[in-house]
Design a protein around this ligand. Structure first.
Ligand code: GDP
Ligand code: MG
Length: 161
């Protein structure tokens, strides 16, 4: 979850298909994907859901929340507004989910260093304040994408056992 255009759909296609789509503006293509991962010696099959544009109105069907074990909370490091809106997304999350949901804060499009509008340190402070693990990634050059996926899956796994 996160604002429109921060790169959520590309994160999903990078995780599931190892593809990046420079043209993607609205969510076309994958809205749902599965991916297997090894966590602590066990194979876990993740079902990953994407929002289909409803995030524009911050109006995600409640079924998304009810059936989720974890969530990527995504902002774009070049888009200050998307960072400031995180608190609204967190409010939504706390309203519809319980503590069992593993959230990973993801600062996205880390390849666009020259356009950065949110310093890493500032995001870290926000993450600490809200008790969230945090990572910066890029679907364009693949930086930290696998690590982010592994991290959220490990946290989900720990919460479920
Ligand atoms: P969504 O609305 O959150 O699903 O965002 P999309 O995945 O559709 O991406 C929105 C725009 O950001 C598209 O033009 C993508 O090409 C671009 N984008 C997505 N991920 C990255 C990234 O890691 N780096 C850069 N530079 N652009 C990205
Ligand atoms: Mg999308």
């Amino acid at each position: 979850m996160g604002d429109y255009d921060v790169g959520k759909s590309n994160l999903l296609s990078r995780i599931s298909l190892n593809e990046f789509n420079i043209e993607s503006k609205t969510t076309i293509g994958v809205e749902f994907a599965t991916k297997k991962i090894q966590i602590e010696g066990r194979t876990i099959k993740a079902q990953i859901w994407d929002t289909a544009g409803q995030e524009r109105f911050r109006c995600i069907p409640t079924a998304y929340y009810k059936t989720s074990a974890g969530a990527f909370l995504v902002y774009d490091i070049t888009n200050r507004r998307s960072f400031e809106n995180l608190k609204l997304w967190l409010k939504e999350l706390s309203q519809y989910t319980d503590d069992q949901v593993a959230i990973l804060l993801v600062g996205y499009k880390s390849d666009l260093r020259h356009l950065r509008a949110v310093p890493t340190d500032e995001a870290k402070v926000f993450a600490d304040k809200n008790n969230l693990p945090f990572i910066e990634t890029s679907a364009l050059d693949s930086t930290n994408v696998e690590i982010a996926f592994h991290k959220i899956m490990t946290n989900i796994f720990k919460k479920q056992i």
